[in-house]
Write a protein that binds this ligand. Structure first.
Ligand code: FMN
Length: 175
């Protein structure tokens, strides 16, 4: 293992991004709709918060159109991307573009557009939100979920990646 980069005291945004990029995540798209117009953005800040009641959170940059739309709509969906959906992740990460152009839309029960062929769809109402630095932490009360088997898209070290599943049995929760 190579030695750790020297620990920095006054942490710059790019250093923060690089460091937290060591933490591998999945990739998802947050979507919502306001006045009939769909909005969506790629995220990797998705975290499960509570099982009972079911809640999750996403951290959305305060500058993004989708962040304002989620606040305005009071509801959103999360589509967890499969390993085949790197292009979808890139599409929904490009600022200022119409992310939905040419994309067939499907709608969940709560009239929110979701990404077709994702590994999971999670539909939420906004439970609460708080400003934290340059992001808005949005807690979603989960209303409906669906999921299917498949390989997830991963993100680590600033790159998309595949998950290499180890050979042993799934870990059944011990807590
Ligand atoms: C893999 C990946 C993960 C991202 N995760 C987040 C995130 O968790 N929160 C966030 O605010 N932006 C994240 N972004 C950046 C947004 O996707 C990007 O700013 C997007 O263009 C905002 O869309 P909008 O301004 O059109 O709404 C991520 C981008 C990529 C490629």
């Amino acid at each position: 293992m190579s030695p750790a980069t020297e620990i920095e005291a006054g942490v710059e945004p790019l250093t923060m991004r690089r460091t937290m990029g060591r933490f591998a995540t999945g990739v998802a798209v947050v979507t919502t709709e306001v006045d009939g117009e769909p909005h969506g953005m790629t995220v990797n800040s998705l975290t499960s918060v509570s099982l009972d009641p079911p809640m999750l959170l996403v951290c959305l940059t305060t500058g993004a159109r989708t962040t304002e739309a989620v606040t305005a709509a009071g509801r959103f969906a999360v589509s967890i991307l499969s390993a085949r959906q790197e292009q979808i992740a890139l599409r929904f990460a490009r600022r200022g573009e119409n992310h939905f152009e040419g994309l067939p839309l499907i709608y969940g029960d709560h009239s929110i557009p979701v990404v077709p062929d994702a590994l999971a769809h999670v539909e939420c109402t906004v439970d609460r939100q708080l400003v934290a630095g340059d992001h808005l932490v949005v807690f979603g009360a989960v209303q409906r979920v669906c999921d299917r088997d498949g390989e997830p898209l991963a993100f680590a070290g600033g790159r998309f990646a595949d998950v290499a599943v180890r050979g042993h049995e799934p870990v059944h929760w011990i807590f």
